[in-house]
Design a protein around this ligand. Structure first.
Ligand code: AMP
Length: 362
């Protein structure tokens, strides 16, 4: 099939790399023709022609997207001619933190208490209801910790509201978590579901730096709970493709943070560490192919993001159990340029490998 991707970053690039062996073709609509996906398919760059989304739609049998910030109206228009997966409901829900949390509550998925905020007075009211500490976040378009203000004291109300630049926001109660986890699931057109194991994520300056897969010391009932949450979300949104949910592990169990209707950075380990990667499973799902097995190939995997600078990549290339993935991007502060996957058969082997790659960690 011909798969059209709205966006042309590293996620589209890795979808294409996984999709060619299945005999699919790819087209991308990015801003410019030097984006990471550009050489992996037909590139419909918007800088060349503002109508290029139309040409992408003409090219494609099915459309998918790389970002939850994709315009819902554009997707609705496209869907009149070509199927778009995941569909409008998944996109509409996941691009707004308030709608996301309302759905968590509707489906009895625990999440932080929250209140929507559109003025300084709203923020005062929300702080009175939720208490402090709390986190003020923009309702839409926040990523990598951008557009967030951690409030510890009532005296910070004016400063916190100012930092939102007047946009609709959400005040969330602070969750006292032990670890940050995420789970990735995929649902096919035939309503089949598959789940990857919970993974543990470490952020630095708001950016994911490091994932351990599977997360260690997870009780099987916790994995089952995560899968149950996922199943209810996939079914409720009639979601086709990969869905990711970021979770906090707390003393009282899992608490949902946010969702992404797409392949996710915390699933990049699966390229080298699972029988079928998240990218291949997304491609399989949206093209109506049977889903692939999600079982990890090793008991211990890790993913290290390469951020800002490429670093000493020969160290990676000289290790038998490390795999380098670069995205063809120029070095720039805080930019995701690639990642390294590590596979190991013991905790000791994993620790030893990570130590060799310490130059890539903050
Ligand atoms: P987010 O953009 O929602 O993923 O938030 C970025 C990071 O801020 C998360 O990975 C957490 O480390 C932290 N964070 C977000 N929301 C909360 C919360 N309600 N309580 C505690 N920490 C949070």
């Amino acid at each position: 099939m011909k798969i059209g991707v709205l966006g042309a970053g590293q996620l589209g690039r890795m979808m294409a790399i996984s999709g060619y062996p299945l005999n699919h073709q790819f087209g991308f609509s990015g801003n410019s023709s030097d984006e990471p996906s550009a050489l992996l398919g037909h590139m419909f760059a918007l800088e060349d022609n503002a109508d290029n989304i139309k040409y992408l739609v003409d090219f494609a049998d099915v459309i998918t997207y790389e970002s939850e910030n994709t315009n819902v109206e554009v997707v609705r228009e496209i869907s009149k001619n070509v199927p778009v997966y995941p569909g409008e409901k998944s996109l509409f829900t996941t691009q707004h933190r308030g709608r996301e949390k309302a759905l968590f509550n509707q489906l009895n998925i625990p999440c932080a208490p929250y209140q929507m905020v559109s003025s300084e007075q709203d923020l005062i009211d929300a702080v009175n209801t939720i208490g402090l500490p709390a986190i003020l976040k923009t309702a839409t378009e926040g990523y990598d910790g951008k557009g967030q203000f951690l409030m510890r004291n009532i005296s910070e109300i004016t400063e916190a509201w100012k930092s939102m630049n007047g946009v609709e926001s959400i005040l969330e109660g602070f969750v006292n978590f032990k670890r940050e986890l995420s789970v990735i699931a995929v649902r096919g057109i035939d309503n089949n579901h598959k789940y990857y194991p919970l993974v543990e994520n470490t952020h630095h300056d708001g950016i994911l730096r490091f994932t351990i897969a599977p997360a260690q010391n997870i009780d099987p009932t916790v994995q089952k709970t995560a899968e149950h949450y996922m199943q209810t979300l996939l079914d409720e949104m009639d979601h086709i493709g990969v869905l990711t949910i970021e979770l906090f592990e707390t003393e009282n169990g899992l608490v949902a943070n946010e969702m992404a209707p797409r392949v996710h950075n915390s699933g990049h380990w699966s390229i080298d560490g699972a029988n079928t990667s998240q990218f291949e499973n997304h491609v399989r799902a949206i093209t109506g192919m049977p889903l692939g097995d999600t079982t990890p190939t090793h008991s211990y995997c890790a993913m290290i993001n390469i951020i800002s600078k490429i670093g000493p990549t020969n160290t990676v290339l000289n290790m038998p159990n490390a795999h380098l993935h670069l995205y063809d991007k120029e070095e720039r502060a805080n930019r995701k340029l690639g990642h390294i996957n590590i596979t190991a058969n013991s905790q000791a082997e994993l620790d030893e490998s990570i130590k060799k790659l310490k130059d890539f960690l903050p």
